[in-house]
Design a protein around this ligand. Structure first.
Ligand code: DGL
Length: 283
């Protein structure tokens, strides 16, 4: 089992932001990444739909790729499906992601924290429980960003890239304006939690809008650390020399547009096109 890959999935390319941290923290491991782009975005679909997709993908990765652990690199899928995944796969090492509210508390000086995410994540019981547990420690302004994950997906597709990039800026402008004032002064939001793994790829546009002083908090690194801890505890960490190249370690699959995944993998992970494959359409 130690030699088996770690499975990672997301509704699309967003989870590549988590994979970036995973491959850096676990240099000897192999990864198999599933981009469910044929069904993206998850954030505006029903819980039931997202749960069924998550269970189907987990089954496929277990049966076809013999994964030793599964990272649900999607906040929306974690909120909708992590419980059921744990029930159905009690022996699998499972790691989910959630908006990084706790790390944000450590960073904020003003005690006013913004949170952006998909509608599915932000209306979920799981998120409401997390928010309620911290509400006495800071003021949180929560903003669902319909359309943003889709625009980020489309920004990797050659035919739609220019329009989608423009759309990302417009959506971010509208949503951040609706949240209130950002800045380091008392009462202002000095910290913004990126509660969707896709949004990490809009960080540059967010920086331009909000300026250099605002903390932008994502989940890749804590998730990678947690994955390492759980593998270590189960003595399933792969030791010894790692494969020499990234493309020998990482296999990516999509049931959406292959060239979009190739562009995203190259841009964000420096992976060659050959690391990306068309996924089985029956999954
Ligand atoms: N990347 C996902 C998340 O972290 C989902 C985005 C979507 O498909 O709507 O929530």
């Amino acid at each position: 089992m130690t030699e088996s890959p770690i499975g990672v999935f997301d509704s699309g390319i967003g989870g590549l932001s988590v994979l970036q941290s995973l491959q850096a923290a676990l240099p000897a491991e192999h990864f198999v990444y599933w981009a469910d782009s044929g069904h993206a975005p998850y954030g505006e679909k029903s819980d039931l739909f997202v749960r069924q997709r998550s269970l189907t993908i987990a089954d496929h990765l277990i049966k076809q790729h013999h994964i030793k652990a599964l990272v649900v690199a999607c906040n929306t899928a974690t909120a909708a499906a992590i419980h059921e995944l744990r029930v159905q796969h009690p022996h699998l090492i499972l790691i989910g992601v959630e908006p990084a509210l706790k790390p944000a508390l450590q960073l904020s000086q003003t005690g006013h924290i913004g949170v952006i995410g998909t509608r599915g994540t932000l209306i979920s019981d799981k998120f409401h429980r997390l928010l309620a547990s911290l509400q006495d420690q800071a003021h949180f302004t929560v903003q669902p960003c319909n359309g943003l994950a889709l625009a980020i997906e489309q920004s990797t597709h050659q035919a739609t890239a220019a329009q989608a990039t423009q759309r990302i800026t417009e959506l971010l402008q509208d949503y951040t304006r609706a949240m209130g004032e950002f800045g380091p002064a008392p009462g202002q939001m000095d910290t913004l939690v990126l509660g969707c793994t896709h949004y990490v790829f809009a960080e540059h546009a967010l920086r331009e809008l909000l300026g250099p002083q605002i903390h932008l908090v994502s989940t890749g690194e804590p998730v990678a650390r947690q994955t390492r801890r759980l593998l270590e505890a189960a003595t399933m960490l792969r030791n010894g020399p790692g494969p020499h190249t990234l493309s020998a370690r990482i296999r990516l699959m999509t049931n959406g547009d292959l060239t979009s995944l190739q562009a995203a993998a190259q841009r964000w992970l420096g992976l060659p096109h050959a690391a990306c494959h068309r996924a089985d359409n029956h999954v």
